[in-house]
Design a protein around this ligand. Structure first.
Ligand SMILES: Cc1cc2nc3c(=O)[nH]c(=O)nc-3n(C[C@H](O)[C@H](O)[C@H](O)COP(=O)(O)O)c2cc1C
Length: 152
């Protein structure tokens, strides 16, 4: 989809109708790796793709998503938090550009079972993912949602 249309079409999708394909996952991982991160320190982050139902069933707030991708870091501070946001946002846009449903997720972070993330890495942000019957249509976006001061 053309970028400006995609930006207006993206939305939180919380109902999923099936698992994503490995090819779709690969595209999403390309988007993650194409994200900007602070100081270009990509080695500070880990992506964990969770598709195992025994693990997903223990996680709360994921709306029965068949895939959850968790971004984690060893010593998260403001820069890592913000960078995790850019990674997840890039993945969301890639997923929805492929017609998948996706949503940002913080609610599940505390319920990720022990041993799922790499040792010493703490979860920062996650993306829930799956096939969806939702359609992506450019939305009207009010410029009053976020109050803006223009200083010039
Ligand atoms: C930092 C952040 C955390 C979020 N955490 C959750 C979450 O845990 N669960 C959820 O259902 N949605 C979560 N969302 C999605 C927002 O609720 C949603 O993006 C917002 O309401 C705007 O809706 P839209 O994405 O459809 O435009 C999160 C979004 C952001 C940016």
């Amino acid at each position: 989809m053309e970028t400006r249309e995609m930006i207006r079409s993206r939305k939180a999708v919380r109902q999923y109708s099936g698992q994503i394909t490995d090819d779709q996952l690969q595209q999403i991982l390309v988007a993650a790796n194409a994200s900007p991160v602070g100081m270009g320190e990509y080695e500070n982050y880990r992506l964990t793709v969770i598709q195992k139902s025994e693990i997903l069933s223990k996680m709360s707030g994921i709306y029965d998503a068949p895939t959850v991708i968790v971004v984690s870091a060893k010593h998260p501070d403001a820069m890592e938090d913000i960078s995790a946001g850019t990674i997840v946002h890039n993945m969301e846009l890639s997923a929805e550009d492929q017609g998948l449903g996706a949503n940002y997720n913080m609610a599940s972070l505390g319920s990720i079972p022990d041993g799922v993330l790499p040792n010493d890495f703490k979860p920062i942000f996650a993306l829930t993912l799956g096939q969806t019957n939702d359609k992506f249509v450019p939305r009207e976006v009010s410029l009053e949602k976020i109050q803006t001061n223009i200083v010039k």
